[in-house]
Write a protein that binds this ligand. Structure first.
Ligand code: ACM
Length: 525
């Protein structure tokens, strides 16, 4: 009798264990509540069944919505290569009973805001609704992650392509969720920047900040000052040939980002970090003699002449041309580490530049040092270094972008033994990068003072996209989650499990990630 009971117990235990294995494995399960989504959604209600994306599936949109046509095409383009289907996009007129994905603009749920979405999956179909095409687009990123990782393949793969049934309601915690790429220290091609855009898109970020000018290079064509790129664009850190984006190429990048509901924010750093401009345009210098091009990695040695009218005429030309290339509201003017600009010159310089940006119809962003100046309430300060600079900004009524170097700088090494990156702000392992809350990090800066978060990647040590990826991944999904998911719903111990399940997705997407020992990586195959 006793033996029978033990055997019964063991069998039951075994069955329970097998069940646990199934539900803990998101790519095989159809339980929506076990989906390892990053960023974590606001609410997930699972019903336990599954929808199977099968041949003949149709994407449906309402008639007369050209912007939705593009979004629907984006979804089809994401699904076609791996499924081998050629998914049709149709209007909602004659809705079939099953096997469709409906993308629906609806104001029924006013919680969703500009970027939220509601996803309802039944065994017959998928309905993704949002108040805006942007919300639909963010929801499409969720659909990608609900499907098996192989959906990211560019070659036909074996299905089945199942999604668990239930409902997800989701919207972001912060409106600004970005990453910065420094294309000045090393130059990266437009194709590399598109790859970067695709990678941040997958985690629902909405801003790409491009650092376009520094001591080592000027990377954007300014038609009124061609020497900037002819001379200033001709090199980079280490003395390589550098490069720059023509305005045509840059416009294409802006459109590529806009098609993914990502705003490109251009930055020209000033008055420091300007050697490439000083080497290109003699009149920017006190003696009208150009400086030498610079290919080292020191900071803080260059400055524009704050007392020369020529400087402001030049800056007005630059900002006017950048404005014409920029559909988004912001121009970033840097303002960091101007160590050889006297404070009494720096303060009025930033105020004058702010006037120029506003007169050109844009709003200004500056690094945290710019809060020394009188700032308009529409200006935004980006906290990277000194908490006192950021809190001064708050006391002046400006909003803050949170990019604390010791937590959010993607160019910091993970660990003393990792090759790429620097470590002046410390080592940022994956858990260190994740375990902080923008709204409690700095006393005096509360959620209502914060526009959002940004993780910058400075490029002193990286020279190609694969090196970039190794610093971006696996930290980037964590920064995306900090921006999207409310702090109360975030917890490293739970997050690291979801991150572990991303490994196969990284593999299929050919992402060169750092396999941190902090993460329980799962091979789902
Ligand atoms: C900075 O890292 N100098 C903004």
């Amino acid at each position: 009798m006793k033996t029978m009971r033990t055997r019964y117990f063991l069998i039951l235990n075994g069955l329970f264990f097998m069940l646990l294995m199934t539900i803990a494995n998101p790519s095989k399960a159809s339980d929506l509540s076990k989906a390892a989504l990053i960023p974590k959604p606001v609410s997930v209600k699972a019903l336990g069944g599954s929808f199977e994306l099968s041949a003949g599936v149709v994407i449906r949109i309402a008639e007369g919505q050209p912007e939705m046509q593009k979004v629907a095409q984006y979804l089809a383009n994401q699904l076609n290569p791996a499924t081998g289907y050629n998914i049709a996009i149709a209007t909602t007129g004659d809705m079939p009973a099953s096997n469709y994905i409906l993308l629906e603009i609806s104001n029924a749920n006013n919680q969703l805001g500009q970027e939220g979405y509601e996803l309802t999956v039944t065994k017959d179909n998928v309905r993704l609704s949002a108040g805006t095409p942007e919300g639909i687009f963010r929801g499409i990123q969720t659909i990608r992650q609900l499907l098996p990782a192989n959906i990211e393949s560019s070659q036909p793969q074996k299905g089945p392509w199942k999604i668990g049934t239930g409902t997800i309601v989701d919207y972001p915690s912060y409106t600004y969720r970005g990453s910065m790429l420094d294309v000045a220290r090393h130059f990266f091609s437009a194709d590399d920047v598109k790859r970067y855009i695709d990678l941040i898109t997958a985690y629902k970020m909405n801003v790409l900040h491009l650092h376009l000018g520094d001591d080592q290079g000027w990377r954007i064509e300014i038609k009124s000052w061609p020497a900037l790129t002819e001379i200033g664009g001709s090199t980079q850190v280490g003395g390589g040939k550098g490069g720059f984006y023509t305005q045509e190429v840059y416009k294409d990048l802006v459109q590529y980002a806009a098609d993914r509901f990502i705003t490109i924010i251009p930055e020209i750093d000033m008055p420091g970090h300007t050697n490439a401009a000083l080497a290109s345009i003699p009149e920017l210098n006190p003696d009208n003699k150009p400086t030498k091009l610079y290919t080292g990695t020191n900071v803080g040695f260059s400055t524009l002449q704050t007392n020369k009218e020529f400087t402001y005429q030049f800056l007005n030309d630059v900002i006017r041309e950048l404005t014409a290339l920029t559909p988004g509201p912001y121009i970033h003017v840097g303002g960091d580490e101007s160590h050889v600009t006297k404070k009494e010159d720096y303060i009025p310089f930033i105020e004058r530049v702010q006037e120029i940006v506003l007169a050109n119809g844009k709003l200004m962003i500056g690094w945290d040092e710019t809060t020394l100046s009188a700032l308009k309430p529409s200006t935004v300060a980006q906290y990277w270094s000194k908490a006192e600079n950021a809190t001064r900004g708050v006391s002046k009524g400006v909003k803050i972008i949170m990019s604390p170097a010791a937590k959010a700088y993607l160019d910091m090494k993970y660990h003393p033994k990792t090759q790429l990156g620097l470590h002046w702000a410390g080592y940022i392992e994956v858990d260190t990068g994740y375990k902080w809350d923008p709204a409690t990090l700095v006393p005096g800066i509360a959620k209502e003072n914060i526009l959002g978060i940004e993780c910058p990647l400075w490029s002193e040590t990286v020279t190609n996209i694969k090196e970039i990826e190794s610093l971006l991944f696996p930290r980037l999904p964590g920064y995306a989650e900090i921006g999207w998911t409310d702090a109360k719903s975030r917890n490293w111990e739970e997050y690291k499990i979801r991150l572990g399940y991303q490994a196969e997705r990284f593999k299929v997407m050919d992402i060169n990630y750092y396999p941190s020992a902090k993460v329980p990586w799962k091979s789902v195959k």
